[in-house]
Design a protein around this ligand. Sequence first.
Ligand code: GUN
Length: 304
Amino acid sequence: MSGDVMSEAARIDGKAFAEKLRGRVAEVAKGFEAKAGRKAGLAVVLVGDDPASHIYVRNKGKQTVECGMNSFEHLLPESTPEADLLALVEQLNTDPAVDGILVQLPLPDHMDEQKVIAAINPDKDVDGFHVINSGRLAVGLPGFVPCTPLGCLMMLKDQLGSLSGLDAVVIGRSNIVGKPMAALLLAESCTVTIAHSRTKDLPEVVRRADIVVAAVGRAQMVKGDWIKPGATVIDVGINRLPPTEEKPKGRIVGDVDYAEASKVAGAITPVPGGVGPMTIAVLLRNTVVAAHRNEGLSLDENAI
Ligand code: GUN
């Protein structure tokens, strides 16, 4: 920024970043295959017919194979008893060809998600959802970190270098994004605030932040005048606006009002094309890391 003239924020290109990450994963997967005599493998389990989940799972399978790893897809009917799903998870836990296991959420109502996640071997839990992995993250032990917040952290470090001493505000306290994001930022020596629906004077809290991570699921909630000039803004939200004549399906927007915030921020992720594309790329990264750990092979995990 120069003088009184605000310059447009740098646009953090998650699509390009994800492509580079997949390139590194593919190289590491090739090295793994040469050393282990087999490909790394990811098992994805999908229960039911949710169309969005089917699209995610198809994309995951395609990208897994493109990176030189095996994809094992298990598509189960909506009516599957919980005991059958638990039996499948147990079988995958002991299958030496499977390095990572992902059970697509949400599960049907008759299943207990926490029980199913708890059944996954923590060392194959590439989603990082098992409480053992949450605990490892909380105390700074190596484990698996949920893909979305880890992708956000990678983009932040790429943009800013060291995050030490920066004020970070995470908006949202979910187990999948908000809480692990806060733990990762704390581990990078940020001063971390977790804001949520009960936070008093949220705009004022966000205005203090050098780093804002928005993960609340409310379209365009974070306004331009909430952002400290020059701050780095990571928008995890994916929300569909009501249909208009121009966009009959409804436009996809984030939790941040991009048009406003990009006039104030130093750098910002767009929606779509920011955090979204990173999630699967990080899943593949976690899988190739799991493969090395499971075979006792050394790997510089920070270099991927
Ligand atoms: N549903 C939507 N995103 C995800 C994800 O990253 N992991 C799992 N297990 N389910 C999801």
